[in-house]
Design a protein around this ligand. Structure first.
Ligand SMILES: N[C@@H](CCC(=O)N[C@@H](CS)C(=O)NCC(=O)O)C(=O)O
Length: 206
């Protein structure tokens, strides 16, 4: 593509939740892009080259024709506008738009003594998703899939790498996840294939 339009480059690790959300948004909407893998387990986010792109040393990062953007939510919103993606991802009507990123979950990794507290918080969050956001509507913000569903589903899939399904006793949320999954088709499984492999390895070692 010498001299031509360059595809947006995305720096990501498919074991990261926001990276998978970004990958799904691009692949589902058929926006051509170039993947630059940053293997977090190898500490590649700490290299001088990557640090000069993102001093916070976090993925994802987007580079679009020289424009560098960090923070997954900012990247997702930018892409919806830049590539005129379908309105439902991030509605332009202010009240509907304002609702989209409220259900975003933070879901950072937990261990040891923090597990119990984290599980209690997770329970509260899942209760809230069921009783507030999915009470009378199929997706978190209404009748159609938005960035909020994308971010939330990638967060909730994460423990699957350790063969834990946090929705196993939550039929309502399971139905939502299936709805999101079928709305996204192949791009969902594509983005999660590394996580599925991790789960299979984990199971085979039990
Ligand atoms: N607020 C940031 C968080 C990004 C983030 O925490 N990325 C993690 C992976 S999910 C990361 O790059 N971790 C590497 C590190 O902390 O060394 C965003 O949403 O983009």
């Amino acid at each position: 593509m010498a001299g031509g339009v360059k595809y947006p480059e995305v720096y990501l690790d498919m074991l990261s939740q926001p990276c998978r959300a970004l990958h799904i948004l691009l692949s589902f909407n058929k926006v051509p892009f170039t993947i630059r893998t940053v293997a977090l387990r190898k500490g590649e986010q700490k290299t001088p080259e990557f640090t000069s792109l993102n001093p916070m040393q976090k993925v994802p990062v987007l580079v679009d024709n020289g424009f560098v953007l960090t923070e997954s939510v900012a990247i997702l919103k930018y892409l919806v506008t830049k590539y005129s993606l379908p309105e439902h991802w991030y509605p332009s009507q202010p009240e509907r738009r304002a609702k989209v990123l409220i259900p975003r979950m933070t879901g950072s990794a937990v261990d040891g003594l923090r597990v119990e507290r984290a599980l209690a918080e997770l329970k509260d969050t899942l209760d809230m998703l069921e009783s507030m956001f999915l009470k009378r509507q199929p997706f978190l913000c209404g009748d159609d899939i938005t960035l909020a569903d994308l971010l939330a589903v990638c967060e909730l899939m994460q423990p699957l790498g350790g063969d834990r399904d946090v929705l196993s006793d939550r039929p309502k949320l399971q139905r939502w996840r299936s709805r999101v999954q079928s709305a996204l088709g192949e791009s969902f499984d594509d983005a999660h294939s590394v996580l599925y492999k991790l789960r299979d390895n984990f199971k085979s070692k039990l």
